[in-house]
Design a protein around this ligand. Structure first.
Ligand SMILES: [Zn+2]
Length: 326
C-alpha cells in the first residue's frame, strides 16, 4: 500500500456571540455559550475516530471559566494543538493599526498560555483576513504558521450573501466588504507554502497553510459547506466530498480541512443559530453525516494537527510561488 498523504484538521472555535454579532443582533453580548455542548460532541466523535485537532481559540472566551473548562476537555483527545484566532473575532483586521493588531493577537496568546498551558504558534484571522501587519506581528512573536487564506472562487458570492443577510450598518458594513480576503483570494495558492516577509528590515519565513478548496475549481470543501450541501441531499454531499478528497490525492494537495462548532449542532440545539447555513438539519442526521465524513478523511489521509503538518512540509516541500499581495 502506498503511504497516505498527510492532511490536517482544525476547528475555528467561534462562539455563538460571534455569529450573532456578525448577523447584526444587538443582544449578541448577552447571549449564552454553546461551547460546553459543542466541545463535548467534538471530543466524543474525534476520540472515537482517533483524530487529532488544532483548535483556533478566541481570547474573549478564555476569560469565562465555564468556556475554559469546555476547551480543556480537548485534553481527552489523543493529540490537540491550541492556536490563536484573535481576541474579539473582528473580521476586519485589515482596517486596524499595527498596535491594535498586536493587542488582538498577543492578548489571546497570553490567555492561551495561562489557561491551556501551551504556547500557540499558529494563527488564523477571523473572516480569513490576512494583511501584512498581521504577518509581521506573527513573525516578531515567533509564530510558525498563519492559516488565514481561503483561496476560494466563491469568496465574492459568500461576501455578497453575508452582506445581504446581515443587519450591519455604516462603517462596519464598509469594513465587511473585504471579508473572505477580498477579490484576490483566488490568486492565492491552494496548498501549503512558505512566505517571505520583511520584518524590521530583515526577510523572514512564515509557513502558510490555506484552508483547502477543491483543486482547479476552488469551490469550498470544508465541513460547514459540505454539511450545508447535506442539508439538501446527503447523497450529493457524500459524492462531492468523496471526489474532493480523491482530487486532493491525485494532485498531491495536502488537505487542511476546517470545522466549526455548528457542524456538531442540530436545529433542536440552538434556535438562535437557525439562520446559519446548514442549521436546519436535525442533530442525528448531521452528526451521522459528520461521522461518515470525518471517518472518510481519517481513512484516506494521515491526519495530523496543523503544527505537525507544517513540520512535515518543512522537510518535504520545495519553495512554491508567492501569493498575491493584497
Ligand atoms: Zn472564526
Amino acid at each position: 500500500m502506498t503511504q497516505a498523504l498527510i492532511g490536517s484538521l482544525s476547528m475555528d472555535l467561534d462562539n455563538k456571540w460571534a455569529y450573532l454579532r456578525a448577523a447584526g443582533r444587538e443582544d449578541w453580548e448577552s447571549t449564552s455559550s454553546y461551547l460546553p455542548m459543542a466541545t463535548q460532541r467534538v471530543v466524543e466523535m474525534l476520540g472515537e475516530l482517533n483524530l487529532p485537532l488544532t483548535v483556533f481559540l478566541v481570547g474573549r472566551d478564555l476569560n469565562v471559566d465555564s468556556d475554559v473548562q469546555a476547551i480543556q476537555t480537548f485534553d481527552q483527545l489523543s493529540s490537540w494543538e491550541a492556536a490563536n484566532h484573535s481576541l474579539n473575532h473582528l473580521p476586519w483586521m485589515h482596517t486596524m493599526s499595527e498596535p491594535e493588531i498586536e493587542s488582538e493577537v498577543m492578548t489571546t496568546h497570553d490567555r492561551i498560555i495561562s489557561t491551556i498551558g501551551t504556547r500557540p504558534v499558529g494563527f488564523r484571522g477571523p473572516g480569513f483576513s490576512c494583511p501584512k501587519e498581521v504577518l509581521r506581528v506573527l513573525i516578531r512573536n515567533q509564530y510558525t504558521y498563519d492559516a488565514s487564506i481561503f483561496p476560494t472562487s466563491v469568496a465574492p458570492i459568500a461576501r455578497a450573501v453575508f452582506l445581504a443577510r446581515t443587519n450591519l450598518k455604516g462603517e462596519q458594513r464598509e469594513k465587511a466588504k473585504k471579508l473572505y480576503g477580498g477579490f484576490d483570494s483566488m490568486r492565492n495558492p491552494n496548498r501549503p507554502f512558505v512566505r517571505q516577509e520583511e520584518v524590521d528590515g530583515v526577510v523572514r519565513p512564515l509557513q502558510e497553510i490555506p484552508v483547502t478548496t477543491l483543486p482547479f475549481l476552488r469551490a469550498p470543501i470544508h465541513f460547514s459547506y459540505v454539511t450545508f450541501l447535506a442539508s439538501f441531499s446527503v447523497m450529493a454531499a457524500k459524492m462531492y466530498f468523496t471526489s474532493s478528497l480523491r482530487l486532493c490525492r491525485l494532485t498531491g494537495t495536502s488537505p487542511s480541512l476546517l470545522l466549526h462548532p455548528p457542524d456538531f449542532l442540530g436545529c433542536e440545539d440552538d434556535s438562535d443559530m437557525a439562520y446559519f447555513p446548514g442549521m436546519k438539519m436535525k442533530r442525528e442526521k448531521k452528526l451521522s453525516f459528520m461521522r461518515w465524513a470525518l471517518n472518510k478523511f481519517a481513512r484516506d489521509f494521515d491526519v495530523r494537527t496543523m503544527l505537525e503538518q507544517t513540520q512535515t512540509l518543512a522537510t518535504t516541500h520545495a519553495p512554491v510561488p508567492q501569493p498575491a499581495t493584497t
